[in-house]
Design a protein around this ligand. Sequence first.
Ligand SMILES: [Zn+2]
Length: 314
Amino acid sequence: MSLTGNPHASAWLRAALANDRLAHAYLLTGPRGVGRRRFALEIASALNCLADRPEERPDHTCQQCRMIERTVHPDVRIVRRAPERRAIHMRPPNPPGPQREFADNVEFIQADAQLRPVLGRRKVYIILNAEELAQDAADRLLKTIEEPPRFVIFLLTAVERGAVFPTIASRCQEIRLRPAPRAEQIRDPAVLERELGHTRQLVAVLSGTRLERLLVARGLSERWTNQPETVRETLRAWMNWWRDMLLVQLGLGERVSHLDPTARSSLAAVAGQVSRVSARDTAARLQQTLADLDANVNPRLALDLLLLKLPAIG
Ligand SMILES: [Zn+2]
């Protein structure tokens, strides 16, 4: 399975949770900085979140979510190589080093995994950079990964599957995380300036009257005849803004493409007034409208409908 950017990863996670289709071990692969650890914590939070409605998990606000984000949840254990050691070993160092917010060995897991969760619903072992497991540590881990108790889930991260011991990798379902393509583009300042103009217009429309919305729709549909690319650019900028909004709402604001402080503060201001479902639906509707316009639907009708259905803010 291959997921591009965090909105896709989050959408996959929601669907997997809703259908109760989670495996007992995952290997999250992708380049450094793509958000493997972040996504592992996201899964751990979703599994233990206290939000009533499963589709709202993780809500990033309940006690379980907050403890997991601060990596102090007793049922979510992070294992990684200690900076002063060369690998993730089977046993802790002797004599033991300083207390840390992570474990640097896997020996404790076999016994610990048999004990029911203390606070949460599921126990999660997150093993960061699993390619750094020493051979004996990997062998020991294998015993538990093969058949963990049903309340246990393993989340391993690695740059690529091939770097992990095949005995371990073969027990895990792989989830490939890829950076969102637009984050990698070098952006033309003139394009960026126009995009800012588009998003300013969008924010104004959200608090505008029905008439103001229809006037904007009329302007766009008239332009569609002679300057379709300008209209596409506007709708794409709006779509990206709503996707960024979703990231902000998911607590992943650092991935937002709009680096301009004004655009950032407009995102933050609206994020609290619009539900996540509504932000997601709006991004999807913009994408659909772009496709509809290119399929020669009546532009005036499509754009009127789009503008009227945008969420309203106070
Ligand atoms: Zn929560």
